[in-house]
Design a protein around this ligand. Structure first.
Ligand code: AMP
Length: 173
């Protein structure tokens, strides 16, 4: 079975217009989970010092990759979850805005960083993560999402900012 076949697509969740890409079926399969992390790791052409992943699904792939590579892992969270001093970045959604936070000492100046999430749609989440990493002096050496929605402008926005985007599985909506 390939990785895409392991992802369950739920039409109309959580709102009628969304085709939700459910990775729980993928990670619940021991062989496919390992294959996915192996392929994500093999796709990189650099070795990060640290992998930053936004909650919650960025933790799943980010920590597994970090363990395999021998890199550190930095959690990026919704506001109010992290116990120490944080920096934050806000980005706009179709209606309203969202904010992510990370500890202000989580990335050291000059560290080579991979930012990793399960999916890139508009790119807002990953760009907000990249913004924080750079404000801390980290070098965003790459951005990885297992899944790319190609009908949305995520890749264009990431590449316009000069970042390299790695994705493994593509859907056109
Ligand atoms: P964005 O910031 O628009 O690139 O959205 C990416 C974040 O929203 C990721 O953390 C995804 O887990 C989640 N997400 C957005 N669209 C979907 C979708 N169609 N299926 C599953 N997760 C999604």
């Amino acid at each position: 079975m390939n990785i895409k076949e392991g992802i369950r697509v739920i039409e109309g969740f959580p709102t009628p217009d969304i085709s939700f890409k459910d990775i729980t079926t993928l990670i619940g399969d021991k062989d496919l989970f390992r294959q996915t992390v192996d392929e994500m790791t093999a796709a990189l052409d650099f070795t990060p010092d640290v992998i930053c992943g936004p909650e919650a699904r960025g933790f799943i792939f980010g920590t597994a990759m970090a363990y395999k590579i021998g890199a550190g892992f930095v959690p990026i969270r919704k506001p109010g979850k992290l116990p120490y001093e944080t920096i934050s970045s806000s980005y706009s959604l179709e209606y309203g805005s969202d904010t992510v936070e990370m500890h202000k000492d989580a990335v050291k100046p000059g560290q080579k960083v991979l930012i990793c999430d399960d999916l890139i749609a508009t790119g807002g989440t990953l760009l907000a993560c990249a913004d924080m990493v750079e404000r801390l002096g980290g070098v965003v050496a790459g951005i990885m999402a297992l899944i790319e929605l190609t009908d949305l402008p995520g890749r264009k926005l990431i590449e316009e900012r000069g970042y390299k985007l790695y994705t493994l599985v593509k859907y056109d909506h």
